[in-house]
Design a protein around this ligand. Sequence first.
Ligand SMILES: C[S@@+](CC[C@H](N)C(=O)[O-])C[C@H]1O[C@@H](n2cnc3c(N)ncnc32)[C@H](O)[C@@H]1O
Length: 252
Amino acid sequence: MLEQNEILQLNKKGWNRVAEQFFEGSFDVLKYGSYAPSEEQLNLLGEVQNRVILEIGCGSGHTLEYLANRGARELWGVDLSGKQIETARDVVSKLNAAVNLIESPMEEIAGLPMNYFDIALSVYALGWTVNLPKTLHNIYGSLKPGGIFVFSWEHPIHSVVEYHDEQLRFRRSYVTEGAEQHDSWRGTPIVMHNRKMSTFINTLIAAGFRIDQVIEDSNVADDDSVSPAKWYSGTKARMIPSTLIIQCHKPC
Ligand SMILES: C[S@@+](CC[C@H](N)C(=O)[O-])C[C@H]1O[C@@H](n2cnc3c(N)ncnc32)[C@H](O)[C@@H]1O
């Protein structure tokens, strides 16, 4: 298996290739993931007005735009992919807000201020880390005492189950963790990490966070227009959560 630095190099290349497939448009409702409840439903970030906010894995910058439009005072976005940061730079240049963008792996963020942020947020990016303890240590250190961290990621059960012959079945073990190499994820080689739900929770605790809420709910309308064979579908979401969302904080 590749070393962590080699995985980051491979994933950076991969993300630069697929970035365009993930470019968001502007939005008014912050979605935490497919079939997941939105920030408008959950209110996990609390008051955004005048807050200093860090986004880990900011992608095309549209979540930063959403936060700026809600009056955030200062925004920082970190992403591994130069292509994503380039797009985010264009998106935030149209905003009336102070935004710092850093092209960096979340595992090692040069220049990230300590004890600085009111809120840290990560939407479907944290699970890409090759080193979860180090990444959570960085986020914890960057928050002010009392600061909030909210992240969403594909639910670890959702990742192991696929729809086949009108049934959900396990495609791999839930309990076996570690790096998994994909030769052609969206057409490019990439390495993902398989982690259990308890690993996310216990690593947050080990980093010093206090957990406030763990959310596994799905919004599933009676809409079966999406084929159950798709990776995200209403059929699947009615049986297992699509997204894991955790809200926690750095104690005062
Ligand atoms: C699924 S996208 C989510 C982007 C954005 N948060 C959104 O909701 O549209 C995941 C992002 O994580 C970034 N990423 C992957 N591995 C990373 C790492 N080790 N450090 C920082 N960013 C990473 C990718 O470049 C990509 O922009």
